[in-house]
Design a protein around this ligand. Sequence first.
Ligand SMILES: [Zn+2]
Length: 168
Amino acid sequence: MSIRRERFWAGDVIAVDQNYVPMQEMTRRKAIRAVAGGRAFVLMPATFERNLEFMSAFALVIFPQASACAESKLLMGRLERRVMKRDHHICMYESCSHKATTVDHVLPLCQGGQTTWQNLVACCLLCNQKKGGRTPEQAGMKLKKVPKGPRAHLFERFEEIIKEASAA
Ligand SMILES: [Zn+2]
């Protein structure tokens, strides 16, 4: 079994809605259950055709009844864990390459910041303590990049899967 196949096996599956809009990542086990239960179909990334049989490796499933919603609770589930994953567990403050062990509110809660994808970044303990209850500007710190929402991450992975399938 090739490395690439193994990666497909190990990774989560992206669920898309009736318009092929990525909704969420889900475990392979859950995806298989949804397909077996008739609620979803395996989607071929190269052609966007529905496959009625399980392939040995699949990366996309389509839920023909669903439509993506920005406020989806599933998307927001376990926010901190997903923020860490989005930022690859690396501190997001410039010129720091420490492993992130905390999640930082860019605009602090005490200054009206919210617990959202766009206001949370992975952060190491040192940077978090240095920044304290200040904005990055107030603390003289810069972010490596603007934090993006869950959809952005999903779309990137979705595009990656399509690209890989088309190249194969
Ligand atoms: Zn740091």
